[in-house]
Design a protein around this ligand. Structure first.
Ligand SMILES: [Zn+2]
Length: 473
């Protein structure tokens, strides 16, 4: 028996599993030369998913199951030596593709809940090769794949964040306009706490968005929890992660963290500690929402429309600018530290925010709690709906033409913006960034036009400066 069509090691081993499973199911393994052709030949095949279709092909070709029963059906699943069907990765995208092709899909019982997420698909489940054959021989009906009840999200709540009024406000603006956000502050000021609350402030994912995120989790081999598929992803990789782990790649191109965060939030803590290479490859997806990974002759494009929340200390020791005066970093060391971040990367982050250490009185457990995530989310949803109605996209994605159309300023405000651009030595890109943020602030206020207060607040999120060795104010 030979396998052709770029089978990887796990697929080549299908020979042994298929032979054993067929014999265990009391069928006859044909005593003749068998060639299994996996088409298309130029696409590498990986994993155990081809076992079941290979076994059924052999049984049909040798007349042991009716060939015509296979019409209109697709099969996917790994076989154990005794013929039991094992769960595999990537069932959700397979179910969506089978539905689009108008065919029924049979999956291992362990993948039933995942296949059922594709509500337009007609999927049934089987526990063994024998059950599948009994169905094909018309002796048995297979149970339909059933979805698990969706667990209600119990993500971390904004109410648990004490104080930090300014940071909470910036987080709300980021959520409303889908703006990327950079937080600068000393260790322990709550940057991680704040970032992890962002998914709970975003508008609920649409079914199509949730399916796209779930499909990526499914093919990534990191597992998909079918009960939590409606939650927006939140990924927080450590800065020691390799560029491949971050953006995807490998011999068999696999999605990286930025794709696992598709339609969700990517939190990168200690931003200057990330390798320059890793940060530079972020630039393309930050702009386009997709990433192309290639290795040798193979390349793959993965969706990567994530919202970036980045965090960093103000200096190597973390305490520059703190009222305690404990920072002893030289201005050279601080400049080197900030210089690790390139201008083009920072230019793609709409909101820059200082997060100060809080006076301890505000951290007491009996300090008044802030608004809950659901209160803030209600305003975010309303502001986002205005954006979609006006331009069909969140403000963060507005191009120059849309900016000119929807972000007009009054004469005096235009002058204010130009003065700020001159004083802060901002680029044209930065000016666009201010306009997008001002538009979102106006949307949160329910205002048709951008007013002076909206613009002034937006300029405030540009005060953290990195390009020089000192912070412009
Ligand atoms: Zn320092």
């Amino acid at each position: 028996m030979s396998l052709v069509g770029l089978p990887e090691a796990a697929v080549r081993e299908a020979k042994d599993r298929v032979r054993a499973a067929i014999q265990c199911a009391q069928f006859e393994f044909p005593q003749r030369r068998i060639t299994v052709n996996l088409a298309p030949a130029d696409l590498p095949k990986d994993g155990g998913r081809f076992d079941l279709p290979i076994a059924l092909g052999i049984l049909a070709a040798s007349g042991q199951i009716p060939l015509d029963a296979l019409g209109g059906c697709e099969f996917i699943g790994e076989l154990g030596l005794t013929g039991e069907l094992r769960a595999i990765d990537g069932v959700l995208p397979a179910a969506l593709a089978a539905a689009d092709a108008g065919r029924r899909l049979v999956v291992p019982a362990g993948n039933g809940a995942e296949a059922a997420l594709a509500s337009r698909a007609e999927a049934s489940t089987a526990r063994t090769l024998l059950e599948v054959c009994a169905m094909l021989q018309g002796r048995k009906t297979l149970p339909a794949a059933v979805a698990l009840p969706v667990r209600t999200a119990t993500g971390p709540d904004l109410a648990e964040v004490r104080g930090q009024a300014q940071a909470r406000r910036a987080l709300e603006i980021a959520a409303a306009g889908a703006h990327h956000l950079l937080m600068v502050g000393p260790p322990g000021c709550g940057k991680t706490l704040l970032a992890s609350r962002l998914p709970g402030l975003l508008p609920a994912a649409s079914e199509e968005e949730a399916l796209e995120s779930a499909a990526i989790a499914s093919v990534s081999g990191r597992g998909l929890d079918p009960a939590r598929w409606r939650e927006r992803p939140y990924r927080a990789p450590h800065h020691t992660a390799s560029p491949v782990a971050l953006v995807g790649g490998g011999a068999q191109p696999r999605p990286g963290e930025i794709s696992l965060a598709h339609h969700g939030v990517l939190f990168l803590d200690e931003l200057p500690e990330w390798s320059r290479q890793a940060l530079e490859v972020l630039r393309e997806p930050l702009e386009s929402g997709t990433v192309t990974v290639s290795r040798a002759a193979r390349s793959a494009e993965f969706p990567a429309r994530f919202q970036l929340v980045a965090a960093m200390n103000p200096c190597p020791c973390g305490w520059a600018g703190d009222s305690s005066g404990r920072c002893r970093c030289s201005s050279d060391a601080i400049a080197r530290y900030r210089g690790r971040l390139s201008g083009p990367l920072l230019d793609r982050i709409d909101l820059h925010l200082d997060v100060p250490r809080l006076p301890s009185a505000q951290l007491r457990p009996d300090a008044p709690a802030g608004e809950s995530s659901s209160q803030v989310q209600a305003r975010v949803v309303a502001a986002r709906a205005r954006q979609i109605a006006r331009s069909g996209m969140p403000n963060a994605q507005l191009g120059p033409a849309a900016l000119a159309a929807h972000c007009r300023l009054a004469e005096a405000d235009q002058a204010l913006l130009e003065r700020a651009v001159d004083a802060l030595q901002l680029t044209a890109r930065s000016m666009h960034r201010i306009l997008r943020v001002a538009r979102t602030i106006a949307d949160l206020a329910g205002a048709e036009a951008i007013a002076s207060a909206h613009l002034a607040e937006a300029i405030g999120y540009r005060r953290v400066e990195f390009q020089g060795d000192s912070r412009a104010a």
